[in-house]
Design a protein around this ligand. Structure first.
Ligand SMILES: Cc1cc2nc3c(=O)[nH]c(=O)nc-3n(C[C@H](O)[C@H](O)[C@H](O)COP(=O)(O)OP(=O)(O)OC[C@H]3O[C@@H](n4cnc5c(N)ncnc54)[C@H](O)[C@@H]3O)c2cc1C
Length: 421
């Protein structure tokens, strides 16, 4: 594709957008590249917002994905503080929030997601009292940090990764933390019961008042502040701040209006192409069919955003390389590094290797003979081995997995002929 007179517009200056811009240039895209983002800052890393940044261990510069000079060197024009409102595919133009138009030859949608809002009695739709926080952006994290003082009564709603990481960071700062989780266990959507139980023990030992199977019924708001929350079981908890970690909603409204997305995301192939040959998409806003897992997945992780962005960049630059990466993710809580590879849904067995009491073990999720996923806690070597094996589809000798006298590599048999699940 001759690209020297063409204009690539990337909407969304987050992990995917930043990587896609640089990758397209590195792969040979010769034309203009505009990276448009509604936030007013340079693209930055989100994972530390609930971890090192919240704990005060990194400053704003330390969050940047790249210095400005990297965009200049790649001749990427940054348009910060600019929001795309609508996509006119027929004329290949975007309409921006200020009413201006931006023409494109190729468009990449990297719009990520936004926090799912809290909905309960006492809160009008869209109402956000000053001490009710979500966590997606640096501005959100600044809002939390400004109110997070030693002794502050912090109420976290949701025992997913973000909620648990905020709990750990807040405890580290000396806050009094209560965490409510509706499900009978934390991390219920992503990890097996052993891993959930382990994290529940760790948080309780660190002083978190962790209440599983507990539903928030209402909030009491006075002078634009949440004063207390009331649980369905009748418990009333006075609070200084509330952080709701209820998952995210993909930012796909403009793509949907343009006929490019369904509610759950923008469907892309392994080159991050949508059904419109001039439009690509990458990151949390996408749905991609996984040949490894035999179904369409929306993966909300930095590695996925980067892999999809690189696939898009390679295709745009004329050196197509498909994205077939194994999904993976990490989470830092206290002194624990959790690394996950693969997807555990559909497993019929979970085998632990190592003793959770030592804070170093791995949970292997198996369906029949097939390894589906691993959660490795303070075990980077297990994670690396399993991740590599998962990429090639892998069977495992599950009966001997728990036996640490047998090297893990001897138990993982890669078999690229293993069919998708
Ligand atoms: C607190 C927190 C902790 C996390 N921890 C981890 C972790 O430990 N490991 C991990 O792998 N992942 C983690 N994640 C998830 C990870 O951050 C996301 O998967 C990743 O940011 C996805 O990148 P993205 O580019 O798709 O979306 P984003 O990084 O969200 O970027 C999207 C950008 O698009 C902009 N945008 C949206 N709509 C428009 C529009 N219409 N016009 C202009 N701009 C627009 C947004 O403002 C945003 O800047 C964490 C997320 C959060 C919030």
């Amino acid at each position: 594709m001759e690209t020297s007179h063409k204009h690539l517009v990337i909407v969304g200056a987050g992990h995917a957008g930043s990587e896609l811009a640089v990758s397209a240039r590195q792969n040979g895209w010769a034309g203009r590249i505009t990276l448009l983002g509604e936030e007013s800052v340079l693209p930055y890393q989100r994972p530390p917002l609930s971890k090192a940044w919240l704990a005060g261990q990194v400053d704003a510069d330390g969050l940047l994905l790249r210095p400005r000079s990297a965009y200049d060197a790649a001749r990427v024009e940054l348009m910060t503080g600019a929001r795309m409102q609508a996509i006119d595919r027929a004329s290949r133009r975007l309409v921006l929030a200020d009413g201006s138009a931006l023409a494109y030859d190729k468009l990449a949608l990297c719009t990520g997601g936004r926090p799912r809002p809290l909905s309960c009695a006492g809160l009008a739709p869209g109402q956000r009292p000053r001490n009710l926080h979500y966590l997606r952006s640096m501005a959100d994290a600044e809002g939390i940090r400004a109110q997070l003082r030693p002794g502050a009564r912090v109420l976290i709603i949701g025992g997913g990764y973000v909620g648990l990481e905020v709990a750990a960071s807040a405890r580290g700062l000396g806050a009094e933390v209560t965490l409510l989780e509706l499900q009978p266990r934390v991390l219920a959507r992503v990890a097996g019961p052993d891993v959930s139980a382990f994290y529940e023990r760790v948080h309780r030992a660190a002083g978190v008042d962790l209440r599983t199977g507990t539903e928030l019924a209402s909030v009491e708001v006075e002078d634009d502040r949440v004063r207390a929350v009331v649980c369905r079981d009748g418990a009333r908890l006075p609070v200084d701040l509330v952080v709701a970690g209820l998952g995210m909603l993909a930012n796909v409204e403009a793509a949907r209006a343009a006929g490019l997305a369904q509610e759950g995301g923008i469907a892309v192939d392994e080159f991050s192409r949508t059904r419109d040959p001039d439009v690509l998409a990458a990151g949390d806003c996408t749905l991609q069919f996984s040949s490894l897992y035999g179904r369409e997945l929306r993966i909300e992780s930095v590695p996925n955003a980067l892999e999809q962005a690189r696939a898009a960049g390679s295709w745009l630059g004329g050196k197509p390389r498909p994205n077939r990466a194994v999904p993976w993710f990490w989470s830092d809580q206290y002194a624990l590094k959790l690394q996950m590879a693969g997807l555990s849904q559909g497993h019929d067995r979970c085998v632990l290797r190592g003793d959770p009491a030592t804070q170093s073990f791995s949970a292997f999720y198996v369906a029949g003979e097939r390894l589906l996923a691993v959660d490795a806690i303070n075990r980077p070597a297990d994670f690396m081995l399993a991740k590599r094996a998962l990429a090639q589809a892998c069977t495992v000798d599950a009966a001997r997995l728990a036996d640490e006298s047998v090297p893990l590599k001897d138990l993982l048999q890669t078999a690229s002929a293993v069919p998708a699940i």
